[in-house]
Design a protein around this ligand. Structure first.
Ligand code: AMP
Ligand code: GLY
Length: 422
């Protein structure tokens, strides 16, 4: 079988790396891929993740047997629908089901129907109405742009003045464009955050072990929100023994509603959870693997990933047993100075082979490119240095030992991935 992986980040490198180990897979294409996907023997194809027609035409011409979209954008644009219309097996939800991530208002509505615990929220699209809601609210409060805003659409406001600024910027000043034309005014939950990702076949959800992301740029959760500066699995806040129960509470009811709506959810359904004093509550859904959560999770996965994905597409996950190493895995993102704001490209990446020589270490490329046979940075997040270890502490030690072998001019990383729970 030939496989097409869509996307260009560390998650997609990890998907290519894992799929390349499958006996079912002869050849992998990455669109557009990066220096890391090339290093796995994949062929990079110069197609953007939002070029649905180009991707489907390529997949048909090439005789692709499995399409694997990494990021949310192609899913929310309808890549899966177009694949299905062309008899191309695609591991991801259709456009309707992907709206669970594409619209926070839609996700709230589905959670309400499915009786999934989540924060109370009011949807507003008029500034006057927003002002009335804010006047009656308690603080802090959370203001969320409805649509996709590259992880920047959530603002936690400490008082009424901040909240008014936030809703005004979204509803009447066009911050986030159409994505901010509707806004959720949401109760602020307190607790620790953890992620539960499940592989779904439309009806059955198979939980993966828990993971925890680190969204802020700098140590001790300082600095701006990023796509994620590091992740590890499992997270002791959500032990394996609780996975089934939390999936029953936060994932399975959503699958039921999606199936009733005639859009059974196939792919990865990711619940961002807040563990509150009154139990887990859903902060958001993603309709794909997280980046960087994918990297430690796939390092731990023992199954043939291509087989699991085909089982999900064909609705036969009930017979699949997902198996993971007992070891922990932890990934540290190395990013270019300036990220998540503007940053320069083209810095040479040194020390990679020394890092990769260490046992239990795998360096996934998030934003790299091969230029004149030299590996250089091409993104804000450059690498996700990931390691296994017999426990979280050991995985952390191994990952940081590898990070220290790498030298990239004007780059940074967090020193405390995994430390909060240790
Ligand atoms: P989201 O994109 O909805 O996951 O939000 C991004 C981040 O904002 C989450 O990871 C939380 O840290 C925070 N957040 C979102 N919603 C809430 C909420 N209702 N209460 C407290 N924090 C929240
Ligand atoms: N790491 C968070 C995400 O992929 O959305």
């Amino acid at each position: 079988m030939q496989v097409l992986v869509v996307g260009s980040g560390g998650r997609e490198h990890a998907l290519v790396w894992k799929l390349a180990q499958s006996n079912l897979v002869d050849k992998i294409f990455a669109a557009p891929g990066n220096g890391g996907t090339l290093g796995e023997g994949a062929t990079n194809v110069d197609l953007k993740p939002n070029d649905l027609d180009g991707l489907v035409k390529f997949a048909k011409d090439q005789g692709i047997g499995l399409v694997v979209p990494g990021p949310e954008l192609p899913l929310t644009l309808g890549l899966t629908d177009l694949c299905l219309a062309n008899n191309l097996p695609c591991f991801g939800p259709d456009k309707y089901a992907a709206t669970l991530e594409g619209s926070k208002a839609f996700a709230k509505e589905v959670m309400r129907k499915a009786h999934v615990p989540t924060a109370q929220a009011t949807l507003v699209s008029e500034l006057d109405v927003a002002k009335q809601v804010l006047a009656k609210s308690n603080y802090p409060i959370v203001i969320k742009a409805d649509g996709l805003a590259q992880g920047k659409g959530v603002l936690i406001c400490q008082n009424a003045a901040e909240a008014l600024d936030a809703v005004t910027s979204m509803l009447s000043e066009g911050r986030f464009g159409q994505a901010g034309a509707k806004v959720l005014i949401e109760e602020c939950l307190e607790g620790q955050e953890v992620s539960l990702l499940c592989i779904c076949d439309g009806h059955v959800a198979k939980p993966m072990p828990s993971a925890q992301d680190h969204k802020r740029a700098f140590d001790n959760d300082m600095g701006l929100n990023t796509g994620g500066m590091g992740a590890y699995s499992p997270c002791p806040l959500l032990p394996d023994s609780d996975l089934e129960q939390v999936a029953k509470l936060t994932i399975e009811p959503i699958l039921k509603v999606m199936a009733e709506d005639k859009h059974p959810f196939v792919g990865v359904l990711y619940a961002g959870l807040m563990l509150t004093a009154t139990g887990p509550k859903v902060l958001e859904y993603n309709v794909r693997f997280g980046d960087p959560e994918c990297q430690p999770l796939l390092m731990r996965l023992k199954n043939d990933l291509a087989q699991v994905m085909l089982d999900a597409i064909h609705g036969r996950l009930s017979q699949t047993k997902l198996e993971f190493t007992a070891e922990s895995a932890l990934g540290v993102v190395v990013a270019k100075d300036g990220y998540p704001g503007s940053y320069s490209k083209g810095a040479e990446i040194l020390g990679l082979s020394e890092a990769e020589k260490l046992p239990l270490v795998k360096v996934f490329h998030s934003g790299t490119d091969l230029v004149d046979a030299k590996l250089v940075s091409s993104g804000g997040r450059i690498l996700c240095v990931t390691a296994l270890g017999e426990n979280l502490r050991a995985a952390q030690d191994h990952a940081y030992e590898a990070v220290k072998k790498i030298a990239i001019d004007k780059s940074f990383y967090r020193h405390d991935i995994g430390s909060k729970v240790l």
